[in-house]
Design a protein around this ligand. Structure first.
Ligand code: ADP
Length: 448
């Protein structure tokens, strides 16, 4: 039983239930129809005998039968007997061989060799002494026809109906379970062939299984995306780390092979140091990114005073010396992680300074707009060409590598975007080459 599929189990259950139901309904119909047949027959014999009785009279010492007296009507034989039970009028049916004693007003059943009869006698008195018996005889109607029909229904129609219902039920169950089978085979193909691009692709519907299938498809898409992202990340990271490593390796090989002057050695050491700094920055950025994306770096959301936070970052010595201005009309609080928001603001200001003109300016502004809180970091630097504006958010993407210093990794903005998303917000950018850029963080007010 354990190995039988759910759809077969359901079909079997309904088959059993339907068979029991059909048997019960048939038994009920049989019982009711037999009782109805008996009742009809009894009322027929009773009314026929009574109406014939009204036609019997005594005139001039003789029994006379009225015009409306019928010896045989509605399947009922009417007979008239004398007080001494001698037949006066009417014809006894051939199969009624019994010599049945008279009982006034009682319908009873008499069995003969060939047939069963209802017998109904009424005593019609003419005076104290005289009178006649009026007897009605009627064959007990056989339920045979009804039973025959029912047996026919049971034998042919019901099995056909049950078969039809079973096939229909099985078909519906099979159709309903199809998405589940596709889920299983898709999951199998992913498992066996490691093919994350496989999808169930069940036509949309509202059944539980189609919903489950589309949830699985969404899950597969997310899995594939994160798997692809991981692949991309690993290959990008190894590629980015390879460059400083080969520079360090080359410099060491050269220093080992040739006698360098103290100045040259100094230069080699400082180059190795710069590359090591770059690698260390890259590794720590990579680590933070991975922790953020994998959710291992848990955000600590609380109500923070964004105005105070941004102001204190701008007044840090390193920025104060670089014409970083802070503008905010009022105190604005947000429900956010202070460490992550600090990292976001620092990244944006660092970029604004890095890609700004030597005597350029940076404006940090906090404002409210409808349901949003906006934090913008604007510069009057080199700007970003239109066609590059979508790409700069990708990991390791740099517009012009010749402009970047040793510490640039191309990871800053992808981290900024991730932090914005973690706060249910998003980033926007307006930029024009040689005029400057304006990076804006949009945070929903509702998350306050
Ligand atoms: P990184 O600054 O380490 O190169 P980012 O992800 O922070 O990496 O930035 C990606 C690229 O976007 C930078 O290399 C630069 O070309 C461009 N960029 C970022 N901010 C600015 C800015 N304020 N002005 C001009 N270009 C910018």
């Amino acid at each position: 039983m354990k190995n039988i599929s759910i759809k077969v189990k359901i079909t079997m259950w309904y088959l059993l239930l339907m068979t029991i139901m059909v048997i019960m309904v048939l038994a009920f119909i049989l019982a009711v129809s037999s009782s109805v047949t008996t009742q009809t027959a009894i009322s027929r014999i009773s009314s026929t005998v009574r109406s014939n009785l009204a036609q019997v009279s005594l005139s001039n010492g003789k029994i006379s039968l009225g015009e409306d007296f019928h010896f045989y009507q509605n399947g009922v034989y009417t007979l008239v007997y004398s007080k001494s039970e001698a037949l006066i009028a009417g014809q006894v049916p051939v199969t009624f061989t019994q010599n049945e004693p008279f009982e006034n007003g009682i319908i009873h059943t008499v069995s003969t060799d060939d047939d069963n009869y209802y017998v109904f006698d009424l005593w019609l008195p003419f005076d104290w002494e005289n009178g006649v018996w009026v007897r009605g005889l009627m064959e007990v109607p056989e339920d045979e026809l009804v039973i025959k029909n029912l047996i026919l229904v049971v034998a042919v129609a019901m099995p056909a109906f049950i078969l039809f219902a079973t096939i229909g039920g099985y078909w519906i169950a099979k159709k309903a379970f199809k998405p589940l089978e596709e889920i299983i085979s898709t999951a199998d193909s992913i498992n066996e062939a490691s093919d994350l691009s496989a999808r169930i692709n069940v036509p949309s519907g509202s059944s539980e299984f189609t919903r489950l299938a589309s949830t699985f498809d969404q899950m597969f898409t997310r899995l594939e995306q994160s798997f692809e992202a991981e692949k991309q990340f690993t290959s990008d990271a190894s590629h980015e780390l390879r460059t400083p490593i080969s520079v360090i390796k080359g410099a060491c090989e050269y220093a080992l092979k040739y006698d360098e002057t103290p100045e040259e050695r100094q230069e080699t050491i400082s180059m190795i140091y710069r590359q090591a700094v770059k690698m260390s920055g890259l590794v720590s950025q990579l680590l933070s990114m991975t922790r953020l994306e994998q959710g291992t770096e848990k955000a600590n959301f609380e109500n923070i005073n964004l105005t105070e936070l941004a102001k204190s970052i701008c007044s840090e010595q390193i920025y104060a010396a670089r014409n970083v201005y802070f503008e905010c009309e009022k105190e604005i609080s947000v429900f956010a992680d202070a460490t992550l928001i600090t990292r976001l603001i620092q990244n944006l200001i660092d970029n604004a300074v890095k890609y700004g003109k030597p005597d350029g300016h940076v404006w940090v502004n906090i404002s409210e707009n409808g349901n949003e809180i906006l934090l913008s970091v604007k510069d009057d630097g080199i700007g970003i060409p239109k066609e590059e504006q979508n790409k700069i958010w990708q990991r390791f993407y740099q517009v012009d590598t010749s402009r970047t210093d040793g510490s640039s990794t191309g990871l800053g903005l992808s981290m900024v975007r991730k932090i914005a998303e973690l706060h249910n917000g998003y980033m926007s950018l307006e930029s024009e080459p040689q005029k400057g850029s304006n990076f804006v963080l949009h945070l929903p007010k509702s998350s306050n």
